[in-house]
Design a protein around this ligand. Sequence first.
Ligand code: NAP
Ligand code: COA
Length: 231
Amino acid sequence: MSGKAAFDYTGKNVFVVGGTSGINLGIAEAFAAAGARVAVASRKQEKVDAAVAKLGAGALGYAYDVRNYEDVAAGFAAFEEAAGKIDVLVSGAAGNFPAPAVGLSPNGFKSVVDIDLIGTFHVMRAVHSHMARPGAIINISAPQAVQAMPFQIHVCAAKAGVDMITKCLAIEWGSEGLRVNSVIPGPIDGTEGMERLAPGEKMRAAVVKSVPMQRMGTPDDVAEVCLFLGS
Ligand code: NAP
Ligand code: COA
């Protein structure tokens, strides 16, 4: 049986930050298929509009950059006014490109930390008062959080911080009925992240070989974990 059929999110509100493409859009689609009202947010209005159209009736969208705290907070306030409290919040906005440490400008390092790490804090800080209790928060992390990698110093530093945000908030907010978890996907096929980190057939084959199952994951694999953690 598919994991999607195992969970019923009818009447629940799910907000996916960075939910307009790739893995996060797959997560948003899975929650919508399980009956939830879903909202997505990201920088580009055209991506937001396309995702909302794909997610179907009742879906909502907000165009903002997670680096701007006021915009993030305004998005959650607008959502609560339109649809009520948020039952499940997924935070997955991120930026990545491969670059050797000495080839990375201070602003290049800062840009990824601003999006992935500070952006995650912005989302957590702003969503707290808009969450239902009980509620679930899921941060989309990455293997870089726990595994050092060449050309990924910026992402490793940022995602390790994201996982610490998850752990700190799980402790601070658990007693008020908010469960906070990170999900760490492996390499996921057909995504912007993998296009950037393993372009071309040769690199793709090397990545596949490094996975015990000898295949990359799919957005559905990650979505089903999120359906479980949100339940
Ligand atoms: P993606 O399609 O590029 O998804 C990133 C999303 O974040 C997009 O919706 C993007 O939309 C949004 N975004 C980027 N910068 C933003 C900003 N400053 N403010 C608001 N939204 C922003 O990439 P993906 O590969 O599917 O990755 C999704 C998540 O999975 C990321 O957190 C990534 O670290 C994680 N991950 C990916 C892999 C993989 O194999 N791909 C593996 C492990 C973990 P806009 O461009 O419209 O802003
Ligand atoms: N190698 C080295 N440095 C790079 C780079 C690369 N491939 N791409 C960007 N940078 C540097 C830029 O040179 C700039 O630094 P500078 O001002 O010192 O020149 C800095 O990063 C910011 O670049 P900019 O393009 O202005 O940032 P942005 O805020 O418009 O975009 C990024 C953020 C760079 C993370 C961009 O790649 C992005 O929007 N990514 C989202 C999609 C994505 O990465 N998906 C995969 C998720 S895992």
